[in-house]
Design a protein around this ligand. Structure first.
Ligand code: ADP
Ligand code: MG
Ligand code: MG
Length: 255
């Protein structure tokens, strides 16, 4: 078993107006085999948490820690984080002109494992995962994210997840822009990775919809950069009914 531990994490972002605190003490422990949902209103810092785990240079950690089995994740480069078994699906994936999906996946796999995968098993694995995600085989020869539809981007993320076999995956708004059929297919891919490799999942979402397909063990509600409430799947059901209103500042009538 592996453990990803986030302790009292404080993060700021530099903007033109100066330095803004965004995360104000986030604590959570994610073990392999577990799925934790991070929910919360827009602007509460969910993506900031994801980017900080991934090591995005725009975000500065001003306090607290992130460790993976006791190793300091914050001291690792982005590549080292990937090799340590962390996977981040970006909310806004970038285009990589001139690099095909096949080459991208093989290069990433080689970098993470420290050796190239054997051609025969690799080709078979890629085909099988693509089939599972109902992806057209022609997709493999397209350039990464170039002209991908929203659904294709998400499938490509989950394809990476299945092939790279990380220990922990941070999925930021993987459900956004997917129709119900695509959402099911993408969720099945995540569930396969959970079953096959005991993946630990940090599932970041504003909506409860995806949680019908990927059942969380724990739900954390992030509000203004803090965990305002924690619970089990029943908390997600409650948010479905009530929304985030009760977490937000009451509006005072000015008479
Ligand atoms: P969420 O994903 O929960 O919607 P974010 O983490 O994207 O929230 O944003 C939290 C707050 O931090 C917002 O007020 C947002 O405007 C601000 N923020 C996040 N990233 C940046 C950035 N790179 N530059 C400026 N402000 C940012
Ligand atoms: Mg976000
Ligand atoms: Mg939390």
């Amino acid at each position: 078993m592996s453990v990803l531990e986030i302790r009292d994490l404080h993060v700021t972002v530099d903007t033109e107006e100066g330095t803004t605190p965004i995360l104000n003490g986030v604590t959570l422990t994610l073990r392999t085999g577990e799925t934790h949902a991070i929910m919360g209103p827009n602007g509460s810092g969910k993506s900031t948490l994801a980017y900080t785990i991934a090591g995005h240079p725009k975000y500065t950690v001003t306090g607290g820690s992130i460790t993976l089995d006791g190793e300091d994740v914050l001291a690792m480069t982005v590549d080292e984080r990937a090799r340590a078994g962390l996977f981040l699906a970006m909310q806004y994936p970038v285009e990589i002109p001139g690099v095909t999906v096949t080459n991208f996946l093989r290069t990433a796999k080689t970098a993470i494992d420290g050796e190239a995968p054997s051609i025969r098993t690799w080709t078979k694995d890629v085909k099988q995962s693509m089939k599972g995600l109902r992806m057209d085989p022609k997709f493999a020869s397209r350039n990464v994210n170039e002209g991908f539809s929203g659904g294709e981007k998400k499938r490509h993320e989950i394809l990476q997840l299945e092939l790279l076999k990380p220990r922990f995956a941070v999925l930021d708004e993987t459900d956004s822009g997917l129709d119900v059929d695509a959402l099911k297919i993408v969720s099945e891919g995540v569930n396969r990775a959970k079953e096959e490799t005991g993946l630990g999942v940090l599932l970041i979402t504003h909506y409860t919809r995806i949680l019908k397909y990927i059942t969380p063990d724990h739900v954390h509600v992030l509000v203004a950069g803090r965990v305002a409430e924690q619970g089990g799947p029943e908390l997600a059901a409650r948010l479905e009914d009530e929304g985030y209103d009760r977490f937000l500042e009451p509006v005072v009538d000015a008479d």
